[in-house]
Write a protein that binds this ligand. Structure first.
Ligand code: FUL
Length: 684
């Protein structure tokens, strides 16, 4: 512990007994990193898939302009601290010339088989002062040994190459997915062997998996931790993948959990993890990224933001522009700490700690209550009134995570008024508050597991960000625009162009039954202030559609909800485990015969996932009786973890008036029911 902190803190650390599970030095350093880049690159980049099958021709991998220095430069300028790359995804393709596989860069067309992405990236990270990390999927859909005991050794050999030949690795990312390999068998992973291999080569690496041991998955791929978020977790009896704790537990951790396994919040800047030209317009907005930042770094988690490299081997301009905007706005928000050097008085003084440590801007000095005092309050007085809307708190985590509940009060009209209450703090907690002006605030620690040890109280005034307009289209094809900010003027386009202040003003809903692209932007002060652009693409509206058959419905989950234009409502078959079993299906009469190029499936709302379909067959018919062979069948890759709208293109167009989606297997093996939030067609 002594090496972790300054002299002042070291002296205190001897006096304050550590509480519960504690972070290692590597974990403390890891939490300080807060924000870094994920890169997904591989054959999927070229085949437009999320999960490759491992049977792709390795020659498809040919990023002719690959420039790892451009990635590192972008990450550095974005304010990130590291890059983690998919050295091997589920398709088994190795981004380095592994001796233990025949599905690697060596077999690819890139650089005539002489390239090595890990070599180029690790060198670029070094050059730009970034840490380097590797993602390796144990699930391998290519390797012939997968599904046999030999495979674990193959995987260890690969780990040794990756961890032994490219310098220091700060994080080893283990994907928990465990599907079938080329011989149809699943693998029993030897996790202890994998972990020992990592620690032998890289003793300071933080190992990511659903259950750590270094850091844990946060339970979703939206990058959002729980408002309560413990860095501690119970891990006995759990393993990555299907034996992991529930997503709700991963999202919040366990109070008094056995081990220190803090949350890492992974999320992609686009809807999918791999680059796709079709998502060039769907790079997350600035507001979206800020929400993720507050939901991850602001809730005691690290933010791992995926920026997929494109087919050229470069980060695409829209993504890097957004990253720079995101850095600018974070810097603007956290530029001036209004609490710095405020006058501090506290309820209970512990001998030897200084009140001023709370407002000195340093994370290695702290204030604490006396032992056994689990409550305490801190008052900050400002010589001049301050206006703020963000509260940032930090615990001194090398001594354990302690605080269970706290509140903030502001002095107004001669009395303290409560502004907000919240639960955990941990490494960092940021509360979003309305603008308040005051000369005095009070932070109350309302409950803690042991005497609270707080290193920082900071206040900021975030500049107002105009809320994004929201675009909605109803069943009849009527489009409406709304905006949460008060009184903006909304302008929109229907020709794919960027809206400007001279584009049409939105005055009320308009019709778009045949579909098209709507782009909208909010403006204030005669166009001087504007929001980011929001865009939504639509196909034919389901105005005349009728559901003609389903094999069941749960209470309140009427089939019509699958074609009501509202992704928040859904149809679901009976969810009683025994009452209905797979397969399930829904048939729809569109009333017009259409030339169809594909279909879309929107799974039930992201945060409540139930009945998500994994394997499907889709049929088209002219009369609703003769269905013939499916026009498309397959699986919605990665839908369990990333339940976004799925677009499936047919091999060749199909004419029909009736469509039929048959759900063949669920994303969650324990759910025998199927759900559809929206079913749509692609005609364009
Ligand atoms: C998941 C994978 O299945 C996805 O494809 C992606 O790599 C994500 C980061 O992890 O488990």
């Amino acid at each position: 512990m002594a090496g972790l902190c300054g002299t002042l803190a070291t002296a205190h650390a001897q006096k304050i007994a550590p509480y519960g599970a504690l972070p290692s030095k590597a974990q403390v350093n890891w939490q300080d990193m807060e924000y870094y880049m994920f890169i997904h690159l591989g054959p999927n980049t070229f085949t437009d898939k999320e999960w490759g099958h491992g049977d792709e021709d390795p020659k498809v991998f040919n990023p002719t302009q690959l420039d790892a220095r451009q990635w590192a430069r972008t990450a550095k300028l974005a304010g990130m601290k590291a890059i983690i790359i998919t050295a091997k995804h589920h398709d088994g393709f190795c981004l380095w010339p592994s001796k233990y596989s025949t599905h690697t860069v060596r077999e690819s067309a890139w650089k005539d088989g002489k390239g090595d992405v890990l070599k180029e990236l690790s060198a670029a990270c070094k050059e730009y002062g970034l840490k380097f990390g590797v993602y390796l999927s144990p699930w391998d859909r290519n390797h012939p040994a997968y599904g046999t005991p030999e495979y674990n050794q193959v995987f260890v050999n690969m780990l040794n190459e990756v961890l032994g030949n490219y310098g220091s690795v700060f994080e080893q990312w283990f994907d928990g997915a465990n599907g079938e390999g080329p011989n149809g068998k699943k693998q029993e992973y030897d996790w202890p062997l994998f972990h020992n291999t990592v620690y032998k080569k890289q003793p300071n690496a933080v190992i990511f998996s659903d259950v750590g041991p270094g850091c844990r998955w946060v339970g979703n791929e939206e990058g959002i931790a729980g408002t309560t978020n413990w860095a501690t977790l119970n891990i006995t009896g759990f393993a990555p993948g299907s034996a992991a704790p529930s997503q709700a537990v991963l999202n919040e951790g366990n109070m008094n959990g056995e081990k220190w396994v803090p949350a890492e919040c992974d999320v992609s800047i686009r809807p999918g993890w791999f680059y796709s030209e079709s998502t060039n317009e769907q790079v997350k907005s600035l507001q979206g990224l800020m929400d993720i930042y507050y939901g991850s770094v602001g809730r005691n988690g690290n933010m791992l933001l995926n920026v997929p490299v494109d087919r050229r081997g470069l980060i695409y301009s829209a993504d890097s522009i957004r990253l720079m905007e995101f850095r600018q706005i974070r810097e603007a928000i956290f530029k001036t700490n209004l609490a710095l050097n405020a006058k501090v008085t506290t309820s209970a003084a512990r001998k030897g700690v200084k009140n001023s440590s709370l407002v000195d801007g340093k994370t290695n000095t702290y204030w604490a209550t006396p032992d056994n005092e689990l409550k305490g309050s801190v008052t900050l007085d400002f010589p001049k009134s301050v206006t703020f809307n963000r509260l940032l708190l930090q615990e001194y985590v090398p001594l354990g995570q302690r605080v269970k509940a706290f509140s903030i009060e502001v002095w107004q009209d001669g009395a303290f008024k409560e502004l907000a209450t919240a639960t955990t703090i941990g490494h960092k907690r940021v509360l979003l508050l309305p603008d308040v002006t005051t000369s005095r605030i009070r932070i109350n620690i309302l409950d803690a597991l042991a005497c609270p040890v707080i290193s920082e109280i900071q206040l900021y005034k975030a500049p107002g960000l105009l809320a994004l307009p929201e675009i909605k289209r109803n069943k009849n094809g009527q489009v409406s625009l709304t905006c949460a900010s008060p009184d903006p003027e909304l302008h929109y386009t229907l020709d794919g162009k960027e809206p400007t202040f001279s584009s049409p003003v939105y005055t009320g809903h308009f019709d778009l039954p045949q579909g098209g692209i709507v782009k909208a932007k909010a403006f204030l002060e005669e166009g001087k202030i504007s929001s980011a652009t929001v865009s939504a693409g639509y196909d034919i509206a389901p105005a005349k559609w009728k559901v003609v058959f389903t094999d069941g419905q749960a209470d309140g989950a009427d089939p019509v909800r699958a074609i009501d234009g509202d992704p928040a409502s859904y149809w679901m078959t009976n969810y009683q485990p025994d009452a209905s079993k797979y397969p399930h299906e829904i048939q729809v009469d569109m009333e017009d015969t259409l030339a169809l190029k594909g279909f879309t499936y929107t799974p039930r709302h992201q945060l409540v996932r139930s009945g998500t379909i994994y394997t499907y067959a889709f049929y088209v018919s002219l009369d609703g009786k003769n269905w013939g062979e499916p026009v498309a069948q397959g699986s919605f890759a990665n839908i369990a973890n990333n339940p976004v709208i799925q677009s499936v293109k047919f091999d060749k167009p199909a004419n029909g008036r009736f469509i039929r989606l048959v759900a063949l297997a669920p994303a969650n093996e324990k759910e025998h029911w199927a759900s559809v939030a929206e079913l749509g067609v692609i005609t364009k």
